[in-house]
Design a binder for this molecule. Sequence first.
Ligand code: L34
Length: 290
Amino acid sequence: MTIIDGKTIARAVREDAKKRTETLRAQGVVPCLAVILAGEDPASVSYVTAKEKALAEAGMASRDIRLSAGISEAELLSLIISLNEDAAVHGILVQLPLPKHVREGRVIDAISPKKDVDGFHPVSVGNMVLGKDGFLPCTPNGIMRLLRALDIPVNGAHAVIVGRSNLVGRPLSILLTRKDSNATVTMCHTGTTNLAYHTRQADILIAAAGKAGLITGDMVKEGAVVIDVGVNRVSDISAKKGYRLRGDVDFEPVSQKASFITPVPGGVGPMTIAMLLQNVADAAEKTRDA
Ligand code: L34
C-alpha cells in the first residue's frame, strides 16, 4: 500500500508555475489573482491564507479582498465587475461558501470566463463538458494530476465517485469520462441506495461527500485506489487547535485494503492549491499572448 504524497506532487506543479512566472515577469507581466473572502469562516480563512502564501512563493501577486459577512450581493457583484475590467488582475477567485443571503450562482456568473481560474463559470463548465479549452476546476484537475503522476491506470478502470457537488464530484465525473482518461464512472449521491454495493465495485474510489469517516473498510475492494477529498474538522479536545482533520474515508481500515490512498491532510488539499497556481499562470499567459 502506498500513501500518496500530495504535498510532493503539488510541489512539482508549484515549481512549474514559479518558472512560468519568472518568464512572465521578464516579459513585464506579473500574474495576479484577486482573492475574495466574505466572512470569517475559519476553514475558509485558512484555505485563502494558504492560497495567498502559495501565490507569493511562486512570485505571483494577489489582491487580498476581505469582506464582512454582511456584504450585499449587489456590492459583491459590482466589485467583481470592476475586477473584470482591471487589466492588472488575471484571475478572480471568490472563496465558497458565500454568506447565505448571497446567491452563489449570481456571483459566479458575474466573473469573466477569461478570469475564471476556479473553473466554476457556466462557460468554463460547458467547455469542460465539450472537451474544449478552458479553465478546469482545481480539485478535480488536481486529482487527475495525482493519478497521472503515480501512473495509476485510469483507461478502462471503474471509478466510483461519492458526492455530486459542483466543486468536485460532478466535474470529476466529466474529466474521468473524457476520451483521454477513459474511465467508466459510477456517480453516487444522497439518493443512492446501497452505497456500499457500488463502492465495492470501484477500482478507483473517490470520496467527496463531506462526511467524516463515511467510507469504512467493508466498503472497499482489495487493491482499490482510494482518493479522499474530505477535509472535515472534527472536535478533539486533545488537539492543540481543539479539532483535527478527518477525511471522508476511515483511514486505518481502508488503508489495509487499498493499493494507493490519499491522506488527510497532505493528499488532495495541496493539489487544489497547486492547480490554482497553474490556472493563474495560464490566465496571465493568455492575456500576454492576446
Ligand atoms: N472558490 N471555493 C473556491 N475555490 C475552491 O477551490 C474552494 N475549495 C474548497 C472550498 N471552497 C472553495 C478549496 O480551496 C475546498 N478547498 C480547499 C483548499 C485547500 C485545502 C483544503 C480545501 C488544503 O490545503 N487542505 C490541507 C489542510 C488544510 C488545513 O490544515 O486545514 C490538506 O492537506 O488537505
